[in-house]
Design a protein around this ligand. Sequence first.
Ligand SMILES: Nc1ncnc2c1ncn2[C@@H]1O[C@H](COP(=O)(O)OP(=O)(O)OP(=O)(O)O)[C@@H](O)[C@H]1O
Ligand SMILES: O=C(O)C1=C[C@@H](O)[C@@H](O)[C@H](O)C1
Ligand SMILES: [Mg+2]
Length: 184
Amino acid sequence: MNDVSLREQSIVLIGFMGVGKTTIGRSVAKKLYRDFIDIDEEIEKKFNLPTPEIFKKYGEKKFRETEKEIIIHSCKQKLKIISVGGGAFLQEEIRKACLSECIIFFLDLSWDSWKERISLLIDSRPVLQGKTIEQIEKLFYERQPIYEGHHSRVITDNLVVDEIADYITDSLKTAWDIYEPNGN
Ligand SMILES: Nc1ncnc2c1ncn2[C@@H]1O[C@H](COP(=O)(O)OP(=O)(O)OP(=O)(O)O)[C@@H](O)[C@H]1O
Ligand SMILES: O=C(O)C1=C[C@@H](O)[C@@H](O)[C@H](O)C1
Ligand SMILES: [Mg+2]
């Protein structure tokens, strides 16, 4: 670990695509008065294209390389709330960098709840496109082990965005008060 205090460490949200990392990350950032970084949005800004177009024009490999560069840079910054893409933790270098520099929350949603959301996701997530529901279910379960490295797991089934964001901010404030009671 670096010499950044617990209160200053950036927070990273991980989990399968569509579990709510972007939506909840934005809400947590507002509640804690911190800057929010959405890694997918940063990648899209860099290419000036939406993600499906980046996949089509440059390929997934280029997307993943850019994702790694941006995350490795972002996770070294202090006091940020960072939402990474659902596939970011496929890369060991990203997992290691986030685990050593930041506090990681894993947003855990069951398959049964996740599948209700598919119509909200399919147009903007190229990894889901052209797959049957059975293939997506297989991917969902195959991906779970990559999220095992985290500091806190939040079971998000049946919770609205605000409840999850409150849970995260409250648990951070509790940890800060326990481990850094004098605010440093
Ligand atoms: N707790 C929730 N309850 C109901 N709907 C939610 C909840 N959280 C997020 N959503 C909805 O699910 C969809 C996906 O959310 P979001 O884009 O935040 O996911 P994500 O984890 O950032 O996905 P990705 O990994 O692809 O970036 C959005 O339409 C969002 O409004
Ligand atoms: O899970 C994935 O592989 C992805 C999730 C999204 O957040 C984007 O990063 C992209 O669509 C790939
Ligand atoms: Mg997102």
